[in-house]
Design a protein around this ligand. Structure first.
Ligand code: 5GP
Length: 121
C-alpha cells in the first residue's frame, strides 16, 4: 500500500485550504457534499486522520476513531433523512475499485433509486 500523501485533495480540505460544503463534523470525522454528485444526495464521509483507504483505516485507526466513524454514519443518515427510503455506502479502494483520492472516504448516495450495484465499464 502506498504511503499517505499529505497533499491529496481531502487532506487540503481538512486543513481548510480548499472549501467544502460540510454536512457533519466532529473530532474525528468530516462529511461534505461531493463536488460531482452522482445522485440527489452524495456525501463523502472521511476520517480526520491520515488513512489511505478502508483497509488502512481498519488496520491502523484507533478504536475511538473507528467507533466515531461508524457512529457518524448513523448521525448523517438521520440528518439527511435517509432512513426511510435508504441509501448506498461505497468505499472505492485501489486500482480495481477506481479510487481517485488516496484518503479514505465513504460515499453515501441516496435521494432516488440507485439501480444495480455494479456497472462494469
Ligand atoms: P473516489 O473515486 O476516490 O472514490 O471518489 C473521489 C470523489 O471525490 C469523487 O466522487 C469526486 O467527485 C470527489 N471530489 C474530488 N475532488 C473534490 C473536491 O475538491 N471537493 C469535493 N467536495 N469533492 C471532490
Amino acid at each position: 500500500m502506498a504511503d499517505y500523501d499529505p497533499d491529496n485533495i481531502f487532506a487540503k480540505i481538512l486543513r481548510g485550504e480548499i472549501p467544502n460544503k460540510t454536512v457533519y463534523e466532529n473530532e474525528h470525522v468530516l462529511a461534505f457534499e461531493d463536488i460531482n454528485p452522482q445522485a440527489p444526495v452524495h456525501i463523502l464521509v472521511i476520517p480526520r486522520g491520515p488513512y489511505t483507504d478502508m483497509g488502512d483505516f481498519s488496520k491502523r485507526a484507533s478504536e475511538e476513531e473507528q467507533i466515531a466513524f461508524s457512529r457518524s454514519i448513523g448521525d448523517i443518515v438521520k440528518i439527511l433523512e435517509l432512513e426511510k427510503m435508504g441509501f448506498r455506502a461505497i468505499a472505492n479502494t485501489g486500482i480495481n475499485g477506481l479510487q481517485e483520492v488516496p484518503h479514505y472516504h465513504l460515499h453515501l448516495l441516496g435521494g432516488q433509486p440507485l439501480g444495480r450495484m455494479i456497472n462494469v465499464l
